[in-house]
Design a protein around this ligand. Sequence first.
Ligand code: PLP
Length: 484
Amino acid sequence: MSAIHPRSFPARGATRESIFDAMQTLRAHDVKWRDGRVFSLVFHAGAETREIAQRAYDLFFAENGLNPTAFPSLRKFETDVVAMVASLLGGDGAIVGNMTSGGTESILVAVKAARDYFRKLHPEIKTPEMIAPVTAHPAFDKAAHYFDVKLVKTPVTADFRADPEATRAALTPNTILLVGSAPQYAHGVVDPLRELARIAREKNILMHVDACVGGMMLPFVRQLGYAIPDFDFAVPGVTSLSVDLHKYGYAAKGASVILYRPRALRRAMMYATTEWPGGIYASPTMLGTRPGGAIAAAWAVLNYLGADGYLHIANVVMKTVELLRAGIAQIDDVKILGNPDMSVMALASDTLDIYQVGDELTARGWHLDRQQFPPSLHLTVNYAHAQSAEQFLYALQDAVNAAKKMSARKLMDNVLVNVANRAARVLPAAWVSELTQRASTALGGGAGGGGRSAALYGMIGTLPNRGDLHELVLDLVEGFTTPQ
Ligand SMILES: Cc1ncc(COP(=O)(O)O)c(C=O)c1O
């Protein structure tokens, strides 16, 4: 470990070498995404595309998108990016939008815009509501929390898609916005957006499509011949749409686009104050200072790859998905949930503790996020996984075998607990504990999933109150950003 461990503000500057040495040392413990062993968080389309993004980012590293008159370059990049993305997503020239820092910001501003648009149009609605399926991204919960819009969640159907009937049943006179995803994150399926948008039109309310994950992928997957349901502005009734460039757009982190139809809805997103001694202040989205690097890198990558580049990448990704799906179908005890529409999917098991499988994969150097309701592991397949998919299938088979052994042990543990409980009725307590300890050791006990996610999720399952869990999670978040 490096010599640099600041606990207070450094009295003197450090050398370049010591700083970069420390950073290299610290990143040694990070997940390894370059070799396709991470199925979330990072989207990697190869060294060349990354270099384009990095060079562009570096060139505009210091520039600030807050004031478009100071940097006409950034203004052009942003308007170009918005126009390019809108034309890809069924825009007919009437679509307007802005760049934001990511999917969460795009969703936050979409909800804020809907609220303020409706405030003006229908001031009699004092407690606005939006309806979203339970699978909608937590950014909608966050938006509801920040902007005081009530979020009404609806169940999904057996294939994990939003249920239009449930949406209809949840409508009230206060409903201002419906939400659907293309695709939703957890299981990678596209919601029935035409049906949802029809309800929105019927009721004269707004409809947001969260295409943060799919916006830069689905148009190309469709071109490749896969059956992709309508998801964009081609659907009448869709009034806003979010699409992330730092996901399947392979741009630098900090780049998303929020699009609107009609124009007045975007206007409701914006903020201006004319009363500040520092001058007239206005900004379109949530951020004040907007990093020029992220805007420039997105412009550069979209132009560098072009439609043919994205089509090629989508083809590689979908071939990888097919290989993975076929391979997973060959492995007993695991399955893909539902029928994902593109390259995002959930791996589950009817027979094993899937978190145990996840722990075994982690132990073998693979990083998959854990999901719940039902328990599953998450895979976002991108270009980087073409090189690692076969290896992953071997590792998965291995992990399943190991988890099977573990679940046999768990069964024995349950038998032991039963035996011990019965014995406790007739034997002194000390004898019982001694006997169970010995039996457990004889069975190879103690090696279980202690400290791993299977244990954590097992513990969560036993908490009597999800409110406790909420506080526990906030404790963790606080802990992560508090020096130890
Ligand atoms: C469907 C969906 N929407 C929104 C987001 C939020 O995006 P970000 O993490 O860029 O804020 C995500 C992130 O994974 C997502 O999967």
